[in-house]
Design a protein around this ligand. Structure first.
Ligand SMILES: [Zn+2]
Length: 336
């Protein structure tokens, strides 16, 4: 299991600007990044994913900090390695979609390949156990990432995840299944889907991917209440105002804890080997998923137990049951 979602969680904590989502927090407050790594492992993540998302040269240029591109990547990787070593988990280097892909542009392709080369090289040098490429909505860019991992990854395993649209075609027009099959044939060790789709709208896609492929598959949705009408997190509308929720008003659309448990059970039934959550993930979700998978992470020490609720303790100390909190939980009848 793998916990992701660093960008959204740091935005929520006010260390990353929403919209541009460039993780300068790694340079400015590295201790906080280490704490989030530790928090996710404490909650049950088997992998410390180095926070290299949107730390590519092109994004660092956008915030005027290109000089720090190597530094930001190495800090993210070193802290991840440190936490992985301390906790006996795996450390993964991370390659994200570049945002500069242009169909047919040799220059853009070469620019992206150079950014892959430097990020993968730094990940190898800092001791990554595998490389995770993700959030590709252009098939050719996903394939380029796989080729770069093969070329520069010093033999490290490659996990390549695609961010599909709501239908059977990727936003680039390639059928999702065809993209997955080509990645498997080209030697990806794990092929999967991540981000954008919610826990329910990702299900039909991952079922088909699981049936079509022989290699291990990954399913890492965004934990929001997407639907047939609003299948992606960016399409969600506020049910009260009708305004678009992305990017600032997403919290109200988060999945319930029970929905996360149900999703994890589905993953077990479908036989998905790598599960996790992307944008919107928080430690308690990771803990619930780990527990649903039969694990007992350190965070399980604090899993909910209503027998320890104050009302129960009051009853044990002689209070009358009428004071039970359940009375407060009854709906108010209108007009009374
Ligand atoms: Zn995401």
């Amino acid at each position: 299991m793998i916990a992701e979602g660093f960008l959204f969680e740091f935005e929520r904590r006010s260390y990353i600007r929403g919209g541009e989502f460039i993780p300068e927090v790694i340079l400015d407050n590295p201790d906080l990044v280490k704490v989030m790594y530790e928090e996710f492992v404490h909650a049950g993540s088997d992998v410390v994913l180095a926070f290299q998302y949107y730390t590519q040269r092109v994004q660092m240029q956008a915030v005027g900090r290109e000089d720090a591109v190597e530094q930001i990547n190495r800090i993210a990787l070193r802290l991840a390695r440190e936490v992985a070593d301390k906790t006996g988990t795996l450390m993964a280097g991370n390659i994200s979609n570049s945002t500069i892909w242009e169909d047919g542009s040799v220059e853009a392709r070469e620019n992206i390949r150079r950014m892959h080369q430097e990020q993968i090289t730094w990940a190898v040098e800092e001791g990554a156990d595998f490389i995770l490429g993700e959030t590709f909505s252009v098939f050719e860019e996903a394939m380029l990432c796989l080729q770069s991992i093969k070329e520069f990854g010093n033999g490290l395993p490659a996990v390549v995840n695609i961010q599909p649209g709501p239908g059977d075609l990727l936003p680039c027009g390639t059928p999702l299944l065809e993209a997955k099959q080509k990645l498997e044939a080209a030697g990806a060790d794990v092929v999967g889907i991540n981000c954008s789709l919610g826990c329910n709208t990702i299900l039909p896609h991952i079922r088909r991917v699981r049936q079509a492929l022989k290699c291990p598959v990954a399913c890492i949705p965004a934990p929001y209440r997407t639907s047939h009408q609003y299948p992606t997190m960016t399409s969600l509308l506020d049910p009260v105002t009708g305004e678009r929720c992305f990017p600032d008003d997403m919290d109200q659309m988060l999945c319930s804890r029970q929905e996360l448990i149900n999703f994890t059970r589905e993953m077990q039934d479908i036989n998905v080997q790598v599960v996790g959550l992307c944008c919107g993930n928080r430690a308690h979700y990771t803990r619930l998923m780990a527990e649903t998978l039969g694990h007992t992470p350190p965070a399980s020490r604090f899993s909910t137990d209503m027998s320890k609720h104050i009302s129960q303790r009051n009853i044990e100390m002689g209070a009358k049951p009428k004071e039970n909190w359940l009375k407060l939980a009854q709906p108010v009848e209108v007009g009374k």
